[in-house]
Design a protein around this ligand. Structure first.
Ligand code: GLC
Length: 464
């Protein structure tokens, strides 16, 4: 966080600011140099600034980011979809690499990939049913096969067994359900002949980067308005090698409202903690997670998360100001594994009653409890009970006075007693009324909890 920053200030007259601030590590220095060249060409001026702006994007401004990302912050919950040739093998999306399958042998799966009609409708309907507001689909994973129509390769859905543009079908299905959508796109490519040798061979790098930029251009041009560009694995190049600043500047020109993740080796709009929930200090973030242990379809991976776990994760993300992108790995014909349908439908039932406590929430400081977790809107604290304790629910060490408690959803008033150290919600049913039962506590200010100060204050007038 103490890294120096260089800020490029575009001239007022410049059509579009291309650069705000970049944390100055070696990686970004290289990217910066190529950005700076472009900026200087338009008359922008370079200047050292302090480190506190480390959270700013790279090819946009913070102000513009806030505008572009408003819907995303309010959406909170999205569907990730990993689907490609690996789905026909059913042994995880890394099967090509992890089983050492030669590219030529792997290619044959492109002749077997035969999605059923209307697969994407089912995805979009399930996403909506689950309370999700957006979807992100693999347009090309590391295997290199393109689910979209590309003029730059024959290794794509329109020219192989599917004979259709699968990305287009996905886009149309998302739009039909009123969902926002994005494209996952892997920079790493195990099929392209230059995908690895680009590291050591400049002519190969040139060809490969032109290919990648060309495909990104196709994705940004051929499908109307796209909401998210979700890059993945930038192996083997750095930001300079990928020409990431130029690539994303092009993306923003073609899609002025788009949001771009942080996996093209420059920060851009949001961070992407994977398989874990970890809030970024000053930047938007989205935790992406599998529903079992695999992104792509894995026939014998039965390690499904329960609906309660999914909801708790979603609550945790919302509590800390982030989004939750939860994955499905459809089978080779595009069907969603029934276990995923079941979990997401149950989550959707809960979201239909309590979704507002997630989507409209502000960052929430209270977090401790053995069976309860929280979100907040203004002065209202939502307590989500995931392990029902019985007739009394207790929250400790709140710093606020509570004026009323209701069951969220039914608005039924709940009896409570509060002293300096705990608030006890009483007269509750023996068994959990819901999968996670949610209470709304009206507080006299922004809800806060402090265990240490209360521990210090707590009387110890014991008798034994
Ligand atoms: C990793 C994996 C990949 C998966 C992605 C999702 O980068 O390589 O298989 O698509 O994470 O975040």
């Amino acid at each position: 966080m103490n890294a120096d920053l260089i800020r490029v200030h575009p001239r007022k007259s410049a059509a579009k600011p291309i650069q705000e601030a970049i944390p100055m590590n070696r990686r970004n220095y290289l990217a910066l140099m190529s950005a700076a060249a472009g900026a200087l060409a338009t008359g922008a001026k370079l200047e050292l600034v302090s480190a506190q702006d480390a959270g700013t994007p790279t090819t946009s401004t913070v102000e513009d980011r806030a505008r572009r990302m408003k819907w995303w912050h309010e959406a909170k919950f999205g569907m990730f979809i990993h689907w490609g040739l690996y789905s026909t093998l059913g042994r995880h999306e890394w099967v090509m690499e992890n089983e050492g399958i030669p590219a030529k042998e792997y290619e044959q799966y492109a002749d077997r990939f035969k999605p059923k009609p209307n697969f994407a409708q089912d995805w979009a309907r399930l996403a909506k049913r689950a309370g999700m507001k957006y979807m992100v689909m693999t347009s090309k994973h590391h295997e290199g096969f393109c689910n979209f129509d590309s003029k730059l390769t024959n290794y794509c859905a329109t020219k192989k067994a599917p004979g259709r543009d699968l990305v287009r079908e996905y886009v149309e299905a998302a739009r039909a359900e009123g969902l926002r959508f994005g494209f996952y796109y892997s920079l790493m490519d195990w099929h392209h002949p230059d995908g690895a040798r680009c590291l050591k061979d400049e002519a190969a790098r040139r060809r490969f980067v032109d290919y990648i930029h060309g495909q990104v251009r196709e994705l940004m041009t051929n499908y109307g308005k796209v909401d998210i560009l979700w890059y993945d694995v930038p192996w083997p190049l750095d930001a300079k090698g990928w020409e990431s600043v130029e690539m994303n500047t092009m993306v923003r020109k073609l899609q002025p409202d788009i949001i771009i993740n942080n996996r093209s080796k420059i920060p851009e709009d949001f961070d992407t903690p994977e398989q874990r929930i970890e809030a970024s200090a000053n930047r938007p973030w989205e935790s992406c997670m599998t529903l079992n242990d695999s992104w792509g379809y894995h026939i014998s991976d039965r390690n499904w998360k329960s609906p309660t776990t999914v909801i708790r994760n979603l609550v945790t993300c919302a509590r800390d100001g982030g989004n939750y992108l939860l994955n499905i790995g459809p089978t080779e014909d595009g069907s969603i594994p029934p276990e995923s349908v079941q979990v997401l439908t149950t989550v959707g039932d809960w979201m239909s009653r309590h979704g507002d406590t997630i989507r409209l929430s502000d960052n929430c400081q209270p977090r401790r409890g053995n069976y309860v977790t929280y979100t907040r809107k203004g002065n209202t604290l939502y307590a989500h009970v995931y392990y029902w304790p019985g007739e009394t629910v207790v929250i400790a060490n709140l710093l606020n006075k509570v004026s009323s408690v209701t069951m969220h959803g039914s608005n039924a008033p709940v009896k409570f007693e509060q002293d300096d150290f705990r608030i006890r919600l009483t007269g509750l049913p023996k068994h959990a009324p819901e999968l996670l039962t949610t209470f709304a506590l009206e507080c006299d200010g922004e809800p806060r909890q402090s265990h240490e100060s209360k521990r210090a204050e707590k009387p110890r007038d014991v008798t034994a």
